[in-house]
Structures are given as structure tokens and as C-alpha cells.
Design a protein around this ligand. Structure first.
Ligand SMILES: [Zn+2]
Length: 322
């Protein structure tokens, strides 16, 4: 399993070198350099001989360093688009020639490589770390309340408050003192890279890959739609049909699927999304994939499979194959 579940920057860069050697004309690579020194990659696949303006554009990304199956799933899909086989050696369901002629698909497989490097585990399978401990690794352990998860904020400055030691792996370090949660600010490498790539390709769809614990539930997968009120009716209807399609593909693959629902955040957390991505939601279909993390009922290879399936189903749908 560990051979095909790849989630750290070294593994991604080794694969990237391989892909570029195999298909130099069909891959374009751009990156932001994070404060940690890591490159945050946007890997675009297409038949670049076909004019871009005729293509549908899809962006696929991961903001959270504690959700490694998202990276593993993206690496698997890129492998399918390059080699025609998934990492387990099965032939891809994608009509690769048609996909690359008709689309630009851009992947940001590791949004916060510095956070991933600080992660004590390559994946979360629920066998060693209880959720309460996992949440402290994610956002840090509250110095005033041992055993409790620290604040979830868009940005903080270690000169101004007593931050946890160590800092939670979900946060990206921007300078000596500043940390951010990548998808809640425009200052992160994840956001800067998206804005730069979007200026180049102007995407039609964005699939943001995540994981969550689905505490006390058998649920393994769910699509979260944008917060109510952010989208036009037309885009909302398009999004719901897309979400239902992915949900059906998951069910057919034997996953326990919760029906799509709008992102449940209220108050400050909802405001982060409105402020940062309101313009994007008004323009394109952007959805959140959630796959169960840190539970023995969903081993890492199944987590990876669910993430990859969501991307493959999306590409096939956009290409009119299903
Ligand atoms: Zn997440």
C-alpha cells in the first residue's frame, strides 16, 4: 500500500520528474515558493497543440496538510492521464486522448508542503491516534487547556499571542511570525497559486479535495456545496447535478455516502469563505470533496480511491463520457 499511497513533497517531485520525462509536451508546471522553501506546484495537463479557448478548464487542489489522501488521489489521477494506468496497474476509465484534447486539468496536489513535512504520519488510519489527539496535531494544542484543540483562525502572529508548540500542521508559515490556514486567506501559497493560474486559464470548475472524520457516523464520503446564497441559481443547479453524479459513482464503488449539502459553517468560519471566495462562487462551480479520515473503517487505500474517483468522475462528466 505504502508504495502507491504518495503524499509528501519528495514523493510528488519524484513522480513529477517521471511524468515530465514521459510526456514533456502535455504537462506544464508552475509553482509558488513557500516560506518553508518548498515549491507549491500547479501541474497542468492538456494537449497544448489544441487551442485553449476551446477547452473546458478544471482546477483540483488540496489546502490542508492533515488530509494526505487528497494528495495520493491526485497523484493517482495524474498517473492515469500520463500513463493510461492507475498506480495499482489497472487501466484508466478515462479516454485520455479525448480528455487532453478537450480540457486543461490543473492539479495542486500539496497546498502546504511545510505543513505536510511537519506531519508525524504519512496517513491517518485511526489505529494509533484518537481524533482528539489528531485535532491537536491539526490546529495545535491549546497551551491553556491541555488536550484541547487550539483556535481555528485565518491568520495569527506569534508575537501577539501565545501560540501552541508545536504549531498545528494545518497552518502555513508565511514569515518568521505569521501563520495562516491556506483556504481562509488570499496570502497563502494555495490561494496565490490559484489566482495566478486562474488569470492564465480562467477555470470553469474547481474541485477542492478534503478529508474529515465524520465522527460517530458510518459516512465515508460527501460533497459539500457552497454556503447558501453565494451562487447564482444557474451555477447552483449545475453544482448540485455534478455533486449527485459523484455521489452515485461513490455508491457504486461501495462507499457509504451522505447526500450533498451546503457547507455548514456559520459566523466567522462562513465569513472567511464569503470574503475569500465569493467572487469565484458567483462565476464557477466550486465544490468540496470530503472523504473520511482517521478511521479504521476507511483504510488509506480506500481514502485515496474515493478522492481519485471524485476527480475521474468529474473529468468524465465534463468530457461528456457519462
Ligand atoms: Zn480540509
Amino acid at each position: 500500500m505504502s508504495a502507491i499511497f504518495m503524499s509528501n513533497p519528495t514523493q510528488l517531485e519524484a513522480k513529477l520528474e517521471e511524468w515530465l520525462k514521459h510526456s514533456p509536451d502535455r504537462i506544464r508546471v508552475e509553482y509558488e515558493t513557500a516560506y518553508s522553501g518548498h515549491k507549491v506546484y500547479a501541474i497542468s495537463l492538456s494537449d497544448f497543440a489544441v487551442p485553449d479557448e476551446k477547452k473546458r478548464k478544471l482546477y483540483v487542489a488540496q489546502p490542508h496538510a492533515h488530509e494526505p489522501a487528497t494528495t495520493a488521489g491526485m497523484i493517482d489521477v495524474i498517473e492515469q492521464l500520463v500513463a493510461g494506468y492507475d498506480l495499482a496497474g489497472r487501466p484508466t476509465l478515462l479516454d485520455v486522448g479525448k480528455v487532453l484534447a478537450g480540457m486543461v486539468v490543473t492539479f495542486n496536489p500539496i497546498g502546504n508542503p511545510g505543513g505536510v513535512e511537519r506531519s508525524p504520519y504519512p496517513y491517518w488510519d485511526g489505529t494509533e491516534v484518537p481524533n482528539e489527539r489528531f485535532w491537536c496535531i491539526m490546529f495545535g494544542e491549546d497551551p491553556d487547556a491541555p488536550g484541547q484543540r487550539w483556535n481555528r483562525v485565518d491568520q495569527f502572529d506569534t508575537k501577539e499571542l501565545q501560540a501552541p508548540d508545536p504549531i498545528g500542521i494545518a497552518y502555513e508559515q508565511l514569515d518568521a511570525y505569521t501563520y495562516v490556514e491556506p483556504n481562509r486567506t488570499q496570502l497563502s501559497s494555495y490561494s496565490k497559486l490559484f489566482r495566478r493560474m486562474d488569470a492564465e486559464y480562467r477555470y470553469d470548475y474547481w474541485l477542492d479535495l478534503h478529508q474529515t472524520e465524520f465522527v460517530n457516523s458510518a459516512t465515508q464520503c460527501q460533497i459539500l456545496l457552497p454556503t447558501v446564497g453565494l451562487q447564482t441559481d444557474e451555477i447552483r443547479i449545475q453544482c448540485e447535478a455534478w455533486a449527485n453524479h459523484i455521489s452515485e459513482v461513490w455508491r457504486e464503488a461501495g462507499f457509504v455516502v451522505r447526500p450533498p449539502a451546503p457547507l455548514g459553517y456559520t459566523g466567522t468560519q462562513a465569513e472567511y469563505f464569503r470574503r475569500n471566495w465569493g467572487d469565484i462562487h458567483r462565476r464557477m462551480c466550486k465544490m468540496t470533496v470530503e472523504v473520511k479520515n482517521n478511521s479504521a473503517c476507511t483504510p488509506p487505500e480506500r481514502q485515496m480511491e474515493a478522492e481519485a474517483l471524485a476527480v475521474v468522475a468529474t473529468i468524465r462528466r465534463i468530457c461528456g463520457e457519462v
